[in-house]
Design a protein around this ligand. Structure first.
Ligand code: HEC
Ligand code: HEC
Length: 318
C-alpha cells in the first residue's frame, strides 16, 4: 500500500513537471504586438472618448495596454489575435483619417455593437472589469450621436427638391435598362413594392426612415413561427428614405436613399452566413461594394444577432 502511494505520487510529480515545462516553453512562443504611432486619433468630447479608451482601445487602437495576465500564453495568443483583427476592422488611432460620413457610420456601428452586448468581447470584459459599459455610458454615447445628427429643418427645401427631382427621374427611367447587379451576383428585385412591411425603424443619428419588407415566404414563416432559421427563399428588403419634417413637426418620407436585400439560401450563400446580401444606392440603384468582399461588412455588423439567423428585426405579428 505504502509502495503504491509513492509510485502514483511519483507519476503525478512527473506529469506535473512535464506540464510545467511545456507551460514554460510556450511562454517563448510570442506573436509580437507592436504599438505603431498614433496618426489621427479619434476626435470626440472627453467623456465620449474616455469610454472608448477604457473599453475599446486595447483592441481597436495602436495604444494597446496589456495587463500581466494578458501576457501569459496561451491566453496571450488569443489576445494577440484579437488585437490584430480588432485593429483591422476599426482603429481609433487612424480614425480621423476617415471621411466625416464614414466616421459617423463607424460610431453608429460601435454604438450598436455595444448596445447589443457584442462589444467589448465577453471574455475580455470578464477579466477587464473596468471595460464594462454602463447604462450611463451608453446614454452618453447616444446623446453624442444624436447631437451629431443632421438637424431636421421643417419644410427643408433641399430635401423637397431632391424628392421632386427624383419622382421625375423615376417616371422617365421606369423599366428602361437591365436590372443592376451587386458584385456578388445578387440582382435588384423590383417586386419588393408588393411585399408586406414587416417593421419600420428610424435611425436617430442620420435622419432616415426605414421600412423592412418581407416576401411571401418570409410572411408565411412568420405566421407559422418558423423564423429561426428562416426557410430558404426568404427575402428581406430594407428601404431607406430621407426624413421630411413638415411645418407641424410631423415626419414623412422624402427622397429614396437606398435599398438592401437579404436572400436566404443556406447552400448557395453558405460562405456569407446563409444569406445573399446586396445594397443599391440612390434612385439610380448603384450597386454598393468594389468587389464581392463587401458582404464581410454586412455579415460582421449582423453578427451580434447570429443566434437569430443574422436577422435583427423582430417581425410584427400579422
Ligand atoms: C478584446 C478585444 C476587443 C475589445 C476590447 C473590443 N473589440 Fe471590437 N472587435 C474585436 C474583434 C476581434 C473584432 C472583429 C471580429 C468580430 O467581429 O468578432 C471586433 C469588431 C468590432 C466592430 C465591427 C467592425 C466591423 O466593421 O466589422 C466594431 C464596430 C467594434 N468591434 C467596436 C468595439 C467597441 C465600440 C468596443 C468598446 C466598447 C470594442 N469593439 C472592444 C475585438 C475587440
Ligand atoms: C452598421 C451595422 C450594419 C451594417 C454594416 C449592415 N447592417 Fe443591415 N441592419 C443593421 C441593423 C441594426 C438592422 C436592423 C434594422 C434597423 O435598425 O434598421 C439591419 C437590418 C437589415 C435588413 C433587414 C433584416 C434584418 O436583419 O432586420 C437587411 C435586409 C439588411 N440589414 C441588409 C444589409 C446589407 C445587404 C448590408 C451590407 C451591404 C448590411 N445590412 C450592413 C445593421 C447593419
Amino acid at each position: 500500500m505504502g509502495k503504491r502511494t509513492t509510485r502514483s505520487h511519483k507519476t503525478f510529480l512527473l506529469i506535473a513537471s512535464i506540464l510545467l515545462l511545456i507551460f514554460i516553453c510556450i511562454q517563448f512562443i510570442r506573436p509580437e504586438i507592436k504599438n505603431p504611432p498614433v496618426t489621427a486619433d479619434l476626435q470626440a468630447p472627453v467623456p465620449v472618448k474616455a469610454i472608448f479608451q477604457r473599453a475599446c482601445y486595447d483592441c481597436h487602437s495602436n495604444e494597446t495596454n496589456l495587463h500581466w495576465f494578458d501576457k501569459i500564453s496561451p491566453v496571450y495568443w488569443r489576445v494577440a489575435k484579437h488585437v490584430e483583427t480588432g485593429r483591422e476592422v476599426l482603429n481609433f488611432s487612424s480614425f480621423n483619417n476617415l471621411a466625416p460620413a464614414d466616421q459617423k457610420g463607424k460610431l453608429w456601428e460601435a454604438f450598436n455593437q455595444i448596445a447589443l452586448g457584442a462589444m467589448p468581447l465577453k471574455d475580455y470584459q470578464f477579466v477587464h472589469t473596468s471595460a464594462k459599459i454602463s447604462a450611463a455610458d451608453l446614454a452618453i454615447l447616444k446623446k453624442y450621436l444624436t447631437e451629431m445628427a443632421v438637424k431636421q429643418k421643417p419644410e427643408d427645401t433641399a430635401k423637397i427638391n431632391a424628392l421632386n427631382k427624383q419622382s421625375a427621374l423615376l417616371q422617365s427611367s421606369a423599366g428602361a435598362s437591365p436590372l443592376p447587379t451587386a458584385p456578388n451576383g445578387v440582382t435588384y428585385i423590383p417586386d419588393y413594392k408588393n411585399w408586406q412591411p414587416i417593421s419600420t425603424t428610424e435611425r436617430f443619428d442620420n435622419g432616415t426612415m426605414r421600412v423592412i419588407f418581407g416576401n411571401d415566404i418570409a410572411v408565411k414563416a412568420i405566421k407559422e413561427n418558423h423564423i429561426n432559421p428562416w426557410p430558404n427563399g426568404t427575402i428581406f428588403a430594407k428601404v431607406a428614405w430621407d426624413q421630411l419634417a413638415g411645418k407641424d413637426g410631423n415626419i414623412k418620407t422624402g427622397a429614396f436613399k437606398q435599398i438592401e436585400y437579404m436572400i436566404k439560401d443556406n447552400k448557395k450563400y453558405a460562405a456569407t452566413a446563409g444569406w445573399g446580401w446586396a445594397r443599391f444606392k440612390t434612385p439610380k440603384m448603384i450597386p454598393y461594394g468594389k468587389n464581392a468582399m463587401f458582404t464581410t461588412e454586412c455579415v460582421n455588423c449582423h453578427k451580434p444577432v447570429a443566434n437569430q439567423d443574422f436577422v435583427f428585426t423582430p417581425p410584427i405579428k400579422f
